[in-house]
Design a protein around this ligand. Structure first.
Ligand SMILES: Nc1nc2c(c(=O)[nH]1)N[C@H]1C(S)=C(S)[C@@H](COP(=O)(O)OP(=O)(O)OC[C@H]3O[C@@H](n4cnc5c(=O)[nH]c(N)nc54)[C@H](O)[C@@H]3O)O[C@H]1N2
Ligand SMILES: Nc1nc2c(c(=O)[nH]1)N[C@H]1C(S)=C(S)[C@@H](COP(=O)(O)OP(=O)(O)OC[C@H]3O[C@@H](n4cnc5c(=O)[nH]c(N)nc54)[C@H](O)[C@@H]3O)O[C@H]1N2
Ligand code: SF4
Ligand SMILES: [Mo]
Length: 754
């Protein structure tokens, strides 16, 4: 009977969109009837509203989706075919325990891999980028003897790897500092779509715009950010930003708009007068830009224009604005580093920030991404992983195919070489097992061979493309069916407690329950649980927060209220101490300076792919690759407001949410006889996808974009029918970071005649 108990329970949304919104679950007799979002009034403290997007408001459709995984299942047909049989939890847990013991005994713990998966945030349930792999699952695996670690993320491999060579670490001004900027230039950054939640950097970008800042967006697409806040959109061919930046530097030098005093004092390797000892002449950044280095090519606007597609006069105007308007905030997104040589532009933009003297000042910044305010919070402690070996998270297929061959030269860390091939994958809340990883057809073939990776466990809420490759499938609860705390939000400090809103549905079990039951079977349950419930662990997490912040409320109050916001302090200014007081503060690099020229990269002795200064390197499958004769269009796959990666792809959303379609320029479409809405084939040597075309001037000629994250859905011929970009992307780790170049691809597009 309805209407007996009615409550409104504060909760949140736990996926990997960079937001962390406030939701309210309206519950009647144990059933969610409605989801609403944050208070509508402005917060008197000036704290932005953590207001949800349409996906968050549609969470009900995810929780009550008829396709929820409802009980454990084991594979019955060949791996990947997708045939499963229902089994009991007892049998499922026996199988996992047995396989764990077998693999440990036969190959050692290094053969067990905890797959990168970002579907869930939370101090208990999250299993990725937590400090030292904290959380319930790493804790369990550590107590079992450990697992093969990974470093890097699919998000920021090139950025996080390359930037520290220059600055010693990675810092940016906080987003609330943008209101102090006069000019904001965003490279490959689209916060209007990738920072959708109310409490986000985008809020401050709009505030800055209101306060009078000029905003310029540089991207191949006229993004939602460009539409909503930009004064100017500069389209650019993907993979070529470094050439644009080189030419801006050229103009700054020619017109004497650069801050020589700043460069002299704080930087290494800008000019020949400030090079480390022992480096032959002609290797400074200035020599490269002026054409006095090895290539003898001055990086003129005309030169850059031929590569980037940006007109020379636009480059000159951009340089003059950057050189004269101060403070100027140069910001980078992550889109331009998910490319073949993604390590280059991430270091090139900070050179412009240094040349214009914008580092260490309010309204400026080092040309990186925002850093932010945060809430220190405890985690479910995981202890130490006895296995020291680590691979780049993008390179797990190599660890399956030829693990024992992999050495430090392949980016292996912690040991000289791997002692075993990878034999077991535990895939929790992740779709990188196939959908989000490059080259689905290649990955599918590799995974289908169960003599290679011998056991795949998937713990998810749906039968995703990755789940189809499981040997054993476990049904997870959604976060509405358990308690946890989340803190991550891009740059804005708050913590959210989400209570259990409804009882676990079907036979679903949380990761803590699963690990506890397995620890029971394997004989270390007391050590694992310490007799504590999930809520007991959360109490301990809150204690850590209270120790770090005297204003943090008591556990009950926090749990009841559901949110704690850091009072907006003054904005963080990256590297302020190093700039204001260089005598007492140096950069954390070997020279103590900003290393525009990195001696450590020089020593790697691979100047073509890993230059010591950031350089334009023509990309394979870039605009200069001869393969363009066969596949003339550059394909990227932007992060899309319709989904969080692949999460929500199967969830019914309001009509306002755009559909999956290929962005194709009007001219390219006309040349191919394609009209808006036509079905098109997008293909290269790696595969083929059929989906509708969005014919639009919002993407530059020669470039197409297939929003990333659609579920890989091959038909009997292997043609994907849903628009999964990773059918077309290449498995080719980047040279330094060994990151994922998933935006670097060439394809052809033709109309489908029915
Ligand atoms: N071509 C291309 N590929 C890319 C990218 C790109 O730009 N282009 N971007 C890359 C980036 S930056 C990232 S971070 C990765 C992200 O890739 P993933 O980390 O795989 O993220 P999602 O696709 O959101 O998948 C998360 C999984 O979690 C599941 N999930 C959601 N909620 C729950 C829950 O409560 N419990 C459990 N057990 N599971 C849940 C979802 O069903 C889904 O299967 O993709 C990368 N792949
Ligand atoms: N709605 C939504 N929000 C998300 C996510 C999501 O899936 N959905 N994913 C989240 C995650 S995990 C991450 S890592 C971030 C990702 O955030 P980003 O990596 O910044 O997102 P992308 O869409 O890959 O790239 C941003 C823009 O870069 C442009 N671009 C691509 N290649 C180039 C290039 O070579 N040069 C230039 N100048 N521009 C280029 C594209 O126009 C694209 O719109 O977003 C987060 N936010
Ligand atoms: S998907 Fe992101 S922006 Fe949308 S409600 Fe969830 S956390 Fe907020
Ligand atoms: Mo990401």
């Amino acid at each position: 009977m309805r209407g007996l108990t009615k409550t409104i329970i504060p909760t949140t949304c736990v996926h990997n969109c960079g937001g962390r919104c406030r939701l309210y679950a309206h519950v009647e007799d144990g059933f969610i009837t409605k989801i609403t979002s944050a208070e509508s009034k402005a917060d008197s403290s000036g704290f932005p509203q953590p207001r949800a997007c349409l996906k968050g408001l549609a969470q009900r459709n995810r929780v009550y989706h008829p396709d929820r995984l409802k009980y454990p299942m084991k594979r019955v047909g060949p791996r990947g075919e997708g045939k499963f049989e229902r089994i009991s939890w007892e049998e499922a847990l026996d199988i996992v325990a047995e396989q764990l013991e077998r693999i440990k005994k036969t190959y050692g713990n290094e053969a067990i891999y905890l797959m990168y998966g970002t579907g869930v945030y939370g101090q208990i349930s999250q299993s990725w980028i937590t400090p030292d792999f904290c959380g319930a699952l790493p804790r369990f695996l550590n107590m079992f003897g450990g697992f093969l670690n990974y470093y890097n993320t699919y998000s920021s491999a090139c950025y996080s790897t390359a930037v520290p060579y220059m600055f010693g670490n990675v810092e940016g001004n906080s987003p609330d500092d943008m209101v102090n900027s006069k000019l904001i230039v965003l490279f490959a950054d689209n916060p209007g779509e990738t920072r959708l939640g109310g409490a986000n950097g985008y809020y401050y970008l709009r505030k800055a715009k209101k306060a009078g800042a000029k905003v310029i967006v540089i991207a191949p697409r006229y993004t939602d950010t460009a539409v909503s806040v930009a004064d100017e959109w500069i389209p650019i061919r993907p993979t070529t930003d470094n050439a644009l930046i080189d030419a801006i530097a050229y103009v700054l030098l020619q017109e004497n708009l650069h801050d020589q005093a700043f460069l002299d004092q704080y930087c290494l390797g800008f000019d020949e007068e400030h090079m480390p000892p022992g480096i032959p002449p002609g290797n400074s950044y200035k020599s490269y830009v002026l054409g006095l280095g090895e290539d003898q090519q001055p990086k003129t606007p005309e030169w850059a224009s031929g590569i980037t597609g940006v007109p020379p006069e636009t480059i000159v105007s951009l340089a003059r604005q950057m050189g004269t308007v101060k403070p100027c905030c140069l910001l980078q997104g992550l889109g331009w580093q998910r490319h073949a040589y993604g390590e280059q532009p991430v270091r090139a933009l900070p050179v412009l920030a240094a040349m214009t003297g914008n580092i260490g000042i309010a309204g400026g910044g080092p040309g990186l991404r925002h850093s932010g305010h945060s809430v220190p919070m405890g985690w479910l402690p995981a202890g130490e992983n006895p296995v020291k070996a680590a691979i780049s998270c993008f390179m797990w297929p190599d660890a399956i195919e030829r693990g024992r061959e992999l050495t430090a030269a392949d980016g292996v860390r912690g040991v000289d070489r791997l002692s075993t091939d990878l034999k077991m994958i535990w895939n929790y809340a992740g779709n990188t097992l196939i959908n989000q990883h490059s080259d689905c057809n290649r990955t599918a073939k590799l995974l289908a061979d169960d003599t290679k990776c011998e056991f795949i466990l998937v713990h998810d809420v749906f039968m995703t493309p990755s789940a189809r490759f499981a040997d054993l499938l476990l049904p997870d609860v959604t976060h509405f069916e358990r308690e946890d705390i989340v803190t991550f939000a891009s740059g804005i400090g708050y913590a959210i407690y989400h209570q259990k809103v409804i009882e676990p549905m079907y036979e679903c079990r949380s990761v803590y329950e699963v690990c506890s039951a397995l620890a029971q079977r394997l004989g270390f349950v007391d050590k694992y649980t310490e007799g504590k419930s999930e809520q007991d662990w959360l109490r301990e997490c809150v204690k850590v927060a209270q120790e770090a912040d005297p204003n943090f409320p008591g556990f009950e109050e926090f749990r009841e209220k559901g949110i704690y916001k850091v009072t907006p302090a003054k904005p963080l200014i990256a590297y302020e101490a190093q700039i204001k007081d260089p005598e007492n503060n140096s950069f954390n690099t070997p020279s103590g300076k900003i290393e525009i020229f990195s001696p450590r990269l020089w020593e790697m002795n691979n100047p073509r792919e890993i230059p010591a200064i950031p350089k334009y390197i023509p990309a394979w499958e870039g605009p200069e690759d001869p393969l363009r004769e066969k596949y003339p269009l550059q394909l990227i796959g932007h992060h899309y407001k319709k989904r969080v990666h692949s999460t929500f792809d199967n969830v019914p959303l309001p009509d306002e949410v755009p559909r999956q379609e290929l962005w194709l320029n009007t001219g390219d479409a006309a040349a191919r006889g394609i009209n808006d809405g036509d079905l098109v084939r997008v293909f290269n040597d790696r595969g083929e996808v059929v989906l509708p075309a969005k014919v639009t001037p919002r993407i530059m000629p020669g470039v197409v974009s297939m929003p990333q994250g659609a579920w890989w859905s091959p038909d009997a011929q292997g043609i994907d029918r849903r628009g999964c970009v990773n059918v077309l992307t290449k498995y080719h780790p980047t040279p330094l970071a060994r990151g994922n170049p998933q935006h670097t691809n060439l394809v052809e597009v033709v109309k489908v005649f029915k």
